[in-house]
Write a protein that binds this ligand. Structure first.
Ligand SMILES: CC(C)(COP(=O)(O)OP(=O)(O)OC[C@H]1O[C@@H](n2cnc3c(N)ncnc32)[C@H](O)[C@@H]1OP(=O)(O)O)[C@@H](O)C(=O)NCCC(=O)NCCS
Length: 190
């Protein structure tokens, strides 16, 4: 059972299967049992989080968007100081397998989910689900009643699977490029 996390706290996350109630926190991936953990990010992890963002944007988001778009969203050169400031402000959750960061997710005080990315080599392995559970637990602690996000075409089906609904399809400018997105939301903690 997941519980609420505070800064600096940790919890073990496992992918739920029908017969694993009470089993230790483990992730079955490519035949290897691996432990996955979700916690708040820590200072010094900024470059590792950038690598997840960069790889996921270029390799996964890039399947649905143009090269120009993904190069703008995840440029080869970027300002590490700004990125550090951003992460300090967003205070994302990170998912780790064997101490390697394989995903991160940002929840803002009003229920807005900002960046939500999993490592491009660890897709469809329950990492996004683990991060979403952490956000939902945090939303409960914060007393939020609604979560919402501007979701890429790439992530739409994941958000639908997590009970979000599409409020609007948009074509806003994202980092200087028009991009099709979905405004999606979910009522929580009724
Ligand atoms: C969206 C994203 C975070 C999902 O993470 P993930 O770890 O792959 O998700 P999970 O393995 O927990 O998937 C949970 C369920 O969501 C659904 N789902 C996830 N990805 C899907 C896809 N590409 N197509 C259809 N359904 C999908 C499935 O129902 C899945 O369960 P299943 O694998 O048992 O069928 C990941 O694909 C990603 O990093 N995408 C690129 C970045 C991005 O677009 N971020 C969002 C910006 S708004």
């Amino acid at each position: 059972m997941m519980n609420v996390l505070g800064k600096g706290q940790e919890m073990n996350i496992r992918r739920a299967t029908p017969d694993d109630a009470g089993a230790p926190a483990r992730e079955q991936t490519n035949g290897v049992l691996r432990k996955m953990k979700v916690r708040r990010y820590q200072l010094g992890e900024e470059r590792a989080i950038w690598r997840v963002y960069y790889g996921s944007t270029r390799n996964i988001v890039g399947r649905e968007y143009t090269r120009e778009q993904v190069e703008r969203w995840a440029p080869d050169s970027f300002d590490m100081e700004n990125w550090k400031k951003r992460l300090a402000q967003k205070n994302p959750f990170v998912a780790l397998i064997a101490d390697k960061i394989v995903g991160f997710a940002e929840l803002e005080p009003d229920g807005h989910i900002d960046r939500f990315y999993c490592h491009h080599r660890y897709q469809r392995q329950g990492i996004g689900s683990a991060l979403m559970r952490a956000l939902l637990a945090e939303a409960g602690r914060m007393g939020l009643t609604r979560l919402f996000a501007e979701v890429s075409t790439t992530a739409r089906d994941f958000f639908l699977a997590k009970g979000f609904t599409i409020d609007e399809e948009t074509n806003n400018i994202v980092c200087g490029c028009p991009a099709k997105q979905y405004r999606m939301s979910k009522q929580v903690n009724p």
